[in-house]
Design a protein around this ligand. Sequence first.
Ligand SMILES: O=P(O)(O)OC[C@H]1O[C@H](OP(=O)(O)O)[C@H](O)[C@@H]1O
Length: 331
Amino acid sequence: MADAESGVVPAVEATADDIATMEIRGAATIADAAAAALATQADRSGAESPAAFRRQLRAAARTLYETRPTAVSLPNALRYVLRGMDGETVADLRASTIARAEAFRRDLERAQETLGEIGANRLRDGDVVMTHCHSTDALACIDVALESGKAIEAIVKETRPRKQGHITARQLREWGVPVTVIVDNAARRYLDRADHVLVGADSIAADGSVINKVGTSGLAVNARERGVPVMVAAQTIKLHPDTMTGHTVEIELRDEREVLSDEERATIVGGGDDEPVADDDGLTVDNPAFDVTPARYVDAIVTERGQFPPESIVTLMRELFGETTDEPWTA
Ligand SMILES: O=P(O)(O)OC[C@H]1O[C@H](OP(=O)(O)O)[C@H](O)[C@@H]1O
């Protein structure tokens, strides 16, 4: 049963929950899931008038939008699908919204394949690639390089606190890639063995800076110092149009328990089993999920539209998004 007031169907609420809890994660995967959820909302909507249908779709988009703030692929996906909602009857609105969501998902998949082909050209036979976190865009480049017969090795950073490096390592091993997993703090030492740093992005700002999993900026600075090129694989859905008008990208702060469990906290601030920990125990845990790597530490941004020096990405951004963006889910 849809929520009585908003008309948002349970499947959309479930997708929103999965994104918020990171059951569904990774900027491209989030965008894909959000578009699929809007199609489901359109399909299952019980709206009896075009106005009610539009209202429900906006409410569904809002529910999805409010899950995670940093990956711009999410609002970009919602905006794209809602802009395609067209028609004078509920039936027409339903059909156009579903068709638009399906087109979005097809384009997303195709963009990743094309990006992979472009990124693979940067990788040579025998190269060693250092990765951070888990990015399907970054892995697409390795996938195509392997398919074209190049041997690739990987040094995979574990990526605290959620250890998404394990997902990367699992995928690479499935493809037969020799993998060395390291703790994040060992990255600088292992850069001596790396030919590339290859990461994804959650958002790319108009000045070419890259917003990606926390730890990317330190890695990029170290890579520059060691002379290892940094390649960012990011479909154009990761370009953040609001940054063209001076907005900054919100960095998500996640639950401190991802860093420090209640038990671990208790061992730090004292208080045995019989001594409850005081509410204000003087210990703060910060858990930012992302950081910002300035353009000067990035060698190339690889998109499905080609490879760009970070400083010139704004030209592509303007071409794709124009100068202004709206938030159709707030209307
Ligand atoms: O779109 P793809 O390339 O798959 O992933 C892009 C980025 O999304 C992830 O964020 P999180 O794990 O959702 O916090 C990582 O930061 C990764 O680099």
